[in-house]
Design a protein around this ligand. Structure first.
Ligand SMILES: [Zn+2]
Ligand SMILES: [Zn+2]
Length: 344
């Protein structure tokens, strides 16, 4: 595998701290325990897929909590009015201003929605926990389809990939071997998944943050939005690599532009903390449009305090419910209920 630092896509090579503390991603570990239990129980049941859920489920607990400063609203509204007034004068922009403007145009563009599940042709859920990456063919399938297929199969039959009909791996080793083959085939999602196995030391792998960073960076280099978000968390916490706000923002922006709703929400929180509430709400509206409930809640709060206009709120809530409807199905509901009952 290529040397780790040749894969870094940030402006500088990160300085990795060793030894790395075990407290990295504590919340993720809690999810991991559940995931591991789930995985083990799957292995004892021949009729249930042995592949794990897409590891993005381990990440969303790291999204921040927005805290809107209501007292700041009126002063910021004034700033926005002044800014738009100065724009109307059509003052010539300096080159850096123009570059920033062009970048913002890209940053605040509504990203393309998730692709469809290749089995049911419904938009894949934004919550990674509701999707499963197939280590055989690399397809991302919704859990609704995976579970419906498992339930329909005979008890004696081992799970076969709904897409390519390959039998599920019978052990951790086989699962990891398949995942490594997918990585060699440049499967960005497999890189991200394997990186997450390494950071948590799961599926028989020894915990190795060095490998995680290598895989996350390689995946991000190929444009994987989950990897960008995961890297932003590494630079935010400063526990796996040296803390670096610039690189955190860099990966958040690329993740958000790629359609990661958690990255977009965190960008909004960072803007809110910096006092840029107009930018914060723009981010939250975009991720709410994609069906992200945490962002929708923030937009609703913005509307209640008078920062978000009635028109913007109406548009956002309409887009939010449309997205939810596009991602909903009975099979998916049943899969989510089964997942919940297993956790209890
Ligand atoms: Zn499906
Ligand atoms: Zn397959």
């Amino acid at each position: 595998m290529t040397h780790i630092f040749s894969l870094f896509i940030g402006p500088k090579s990160p300085k990795i701290k060793k030894p790395i503390t075990r407290t990295v991603f504590i919340s993720a570990f809690i999810h991991f325990c559940f995931c591991l239990l789930s995985f083990k129980s799957q292995q004892t049941n021949r009729n249930v897929p042995t592949q794990n859920h897409h590891p993005i489920q381990l990440i969303p607990s790291f999204t921040r909590t927005h805290k809107i400063n209501k007292q700041r609203v009126s002063s910021i509204t004034m700033t926005m009015v002044t800014r738009s007034a100065s724009r109307s004068l059509l003052l010539p922009r300096t080159a850096p201003e123009r570059v920033a403007e062009l970048f913002d145009e890209k940053l605040f563009k509504q990203p393309l929605p998730n692709e469809d599940c290749p089995i049911c042709y419904l938009r894949l859920p934004i919550e990674g926990v509701q999707n499963t990456h197939q280590s055989c063919c690399g397809k991302m399938l919704c859990d609704g389809c995976v579970r419906a297929h498992s339930v329909a199969a005979a008890d004696t039959e081992r799970y076969k990939c709904v897409f390519c009909r390959t039998e599920a791996p019978s052990s951790d080793e086989e699962h990891i071997e398949r995942m490594k083959k997918r990585v060699e085939a440049n499967d960005a999602q497999a890189m991200f998944n394997l990186g997450t196995y390494y950071i948590l030391g799961m599926n028989g792998l020894r915990q190795d943050h060095w490998m995680t960073l290598e895989l996350y960076h390689e995946s991000a280099k190929l444009g994987n939005k989950n990897a960008h978000f995961a890297l932003s968390l590494c630079y935010q916490t400063g526990r796996t690599v040296e803390k670096d706000t610039r690189k955190e923002t860099y990966h958040l922006q690329l993740g958000a532009m790629g359609g990661d709703v958690c990255a977009r929400y965190n960008l909004g929180c960072n803007e809110d903390n910096a006092g840029n509430m107009d930018r914060a709400f723009k981010h939250w509206m975009i991720s709410a449009n994609d069906g992200y409930d945490v962002s929708m809640k923030a937009v609703q709060e913005g509307y209640e305090i008078g920062f978000v206009t009635k028109d913007d709120y109406a548009k956002t809530i309409r887009a939010y419910y449309n997205s939810i409807a596009e991602m909903k199905s009975d099979d998916r509901d049943r899969a989510a209920a089964a997942c919940l009952s297993k956790a209890e």
